[in-house]
Design a protein around this ligand. Structure first.
Ligand code: 13P
Length: 255
């Protein structure tokens, strides 16, 4: 698949640290109100120039759009359909996400790959659907514990990324990759900075440009390990689950 003619998403530079929150299926109007307020207030006095993004459940995109418009904090969704529109009950099209001011969307999170049987090919199609709507897809990849123990971590990452890389350099320079080892998600067991860097280096070598396509690390990132992880040469920021639901932790990770 090399038809990238319709891509309208912007190029994404690696120069700015990117700290993205993935709220997963958490939140409520009142909880979000407090959390978004606290993040916006804290973002104003952040010592770093990290770009903050929150990926909220889709019903709350309007709330995020209203609260975050005009602030430095951006927002995104957690999934997108491969289709533009039509008889796809329950699906959400990329154009619908841009209607609510989204700039970002996660695709291929391990929870979607596992619980919804999303294949590598479908994840690449979702990335392309996002790019064509002007959204930046964050393509999540990562091996399971069983795969790591079998020495297959690199092979799994390469297999997961292959159809995404086949979209072509113009597409790949407009997306973000997030390396999230499944065994480190929600377990409190973070990959060591060196373990993460080793895989990030593998991913970086597959990418078409050293200036574009940030590669984020995700999996039990907390205020006390973020600095060490983000200091690694091929780690360009983080995709944060649990800690992104606590404003002080999310802000501390970005500071
Ligand atoms: P935790 O930070 O809770 O481990 O979740 C990581 C994640 O899955 C982010 O997408």
């Amino acid at each position: 698949m090399t038809d990238t003619k319709q891509i309208t998403a912007p190029l994404i530079a690696r120069s700015q640290c990117l700290v993205m929150g993935n709220w997963k299926m958490n939140g409520s109007m009142s909880f979000n109100n407090q959390l978004l307020n606290d993040i916006v207030m804290g973002a104003a006095s952040l010592a770093t120039s990290a770009q903050l993004v929150v990926c909220v459940p889709s019903p709350y995109l309007a709330q995020a759009c209203e609260r975050l418009s005009g602030t430095p904090v951006q927002w995104g969704a957690q999934d997108v359909s491969v289709h533009t529109k039509g008889a796809f009950t329950g699906e959400i099209g990329a154009g619908m996400l841009t209607d609510f001011g989204c700039r970002w969307v996660l695709v291929g999170h391990s929870e979607r790959r596992t619980l919804h049987a999303e294949s590598d090919a479908v994840v690449a199609q979702k990335a392309l659907a996002a790019l064509n709507a002007g959204l930046t897809p964050v393509v999540c990849v990562g091996e399971s514990l069983q795969e790591r123990d079998a020495g297959l971590a690199e092979a799994v990452i390469k297999r997961q990324l292959a159809p995404v890389l086949a979209l072509g350099a113009e597409a790949v320079m407009r997306l973000v990759v997030a390396y999230e080892p499944v065994w480190a998600i929600g377990t409190g067991r973070t990959a060591s900075a060196q373990q993460a860097q080793d895989i990030h280096a593998v991913i970086r070598r597959l990418l078409p440009s050293s200036d574009h396509t940030p590669v984020l690390y995700g999996g039990s990132v907390k205020p006390d390990n973020a600095k060490t992880l983000f200091a690694m040469p091929d780690i360009d920021g983080g995709l944060i689950g649990g800690a992104s639901l606590v404003a002080t932790d999310f802000l501390a990770i970005a500071s």
